[in-house]
Design a protein around this ligand. Structure first.
Ligand SMILES: [Zn+2]
Length: 311
């Protein structure tokens, strides 16, 4: 059987319990067919499977795939039980850090991680590390149990910061043994991935939405601008919710959400405004926020569905 260095690397990854799939030779992109050209055969017989579902640690499957070509190795982080912190380097001279890093000597993702470590009184984590083709680094961590982390990108959302992405469920990394643009990905710290440190997990964990204090006057002002018809309807429904006693409040909230949902579905009332107005009334009636949000979403969805069916 033909072998190639990439096949050897893919088998080694599988031996470590990692789930891999082929990337096009010399590239970072999956070599698997896409949903639009799915032949509905093999693994896709029951419906198309994307790379995350097809990633495997089965040596037989890996040998068969990699003997076709020296595919690069895609490592599906979530199914492999890994969270990978991707420390990138600037792409060009003007790719400079945001102003708040100015004067701190920050030039790349590793510098930002070092600054984060300092802020949190931690040392730079020593774990399995890969040097990427462009000179960045992938730090591998064992994923925590009981929390499903997804990818983060730079500073957005729960992201760690400039030039730092994280890859977990929904993400893959180019694994060592791959070669992109003639530059190899190489292991620079060959040790078992350590568990994701608690302070990093804390930063990456999606925050529960804080208890909303709905700014009732701002919501009322927004809705008034939508015209007297919508304004009256919202005032009527929210009053009904506020005046309903314990026991009937949740049903009332649902009915009012369904009523306003018709205005949302027709485009007369923006959904966020409807939700805010209903939420304000629900909280005032003494319902909890999570319960309110669920009921409102269900009520609005009921009307959206009814309009959809009628159309
Ligand atoms: Zn398919």
């Amino acid at each position: 059987m033909n072998s190639n260095p990439q096949m050897v690397a893919a088998l080694a990854a599988a031996e470590r319990g990692q789930r891999v799939f082929p990337l096009a030779p010399g590239s970072k992109y999956p070599a698997l067919h896409g949903e639009n050209d799915c032949p509905r055969t093999g693994g896709c017989e029951g419906g198309h499977l994307g790379w995350e579902r097809r990633a495997t640690a089965d040596p037989g499957v890996i040998r068969r795939a990699w003997q076709v070509a020296p595919y690069n190795i895609g490592l599906a982080c979530g199914p492999s039980g890994l969270v990978v912190v991707d420390l990138d380097v600037p792409k060009h001279r003007r790719d400079t850090p945001p102003a708040r890093w100015g004067g701190q000597g920050v030039t790349d993702g590793r510098d930002v991680l070092a600054a984060l470590c300092e802020q949190h009184g931690q040392s730079l984590p020593q774990t399995y590390e890969v040097r990427t083709g462009r000179g960045g680094a992938h730090l591998y961590f064992a994923a925590p149990t009981g929390v499903v982390l997804r990818n983060t990108c730079g500073e957005k959302g729960n992201g760690l910061g400039w030039k730092i992405d994280t890859r977990a469920y929904g993400g893959y990394v180019v694994a060592p043994g791959s070669v992109v643009n003639h530059r190899p990905y190489t292991v620079v710290n060959n040790t078992d991935p350590i568990r994701l440190p608690a302070w990093l997990l804390g930063l990456l964990t999606p925050k529960p939405t804080p208890t909303t204090v709905v700014d009732a006057s701002a919501v009322r002002a927004r809705i008034r601008r939508l015209g007297p018809y919508v304004d009256t309807a919202v005032a009527r429904e929210t009053a009904k919710i506020r005046e309903t006693g314990e026991g009937g409040r949740n049903d009332r909230l649902f009915a009012s959400a369904a009523a306003l949902g018709r205005l949302v579905a027709s485009g007369a009332l923006p959904e966020p405004d409807a939700t805010d107005a209903l939420l304000g009334a629900g909280l005032k009636a003494g319902l909890g926020e999570a319960e309110c949000r669920r009921t409102i979403a269900n009520g609005l969805a009921r009307s959206a569905g009814a309009v959809g069916r009628a159309a």
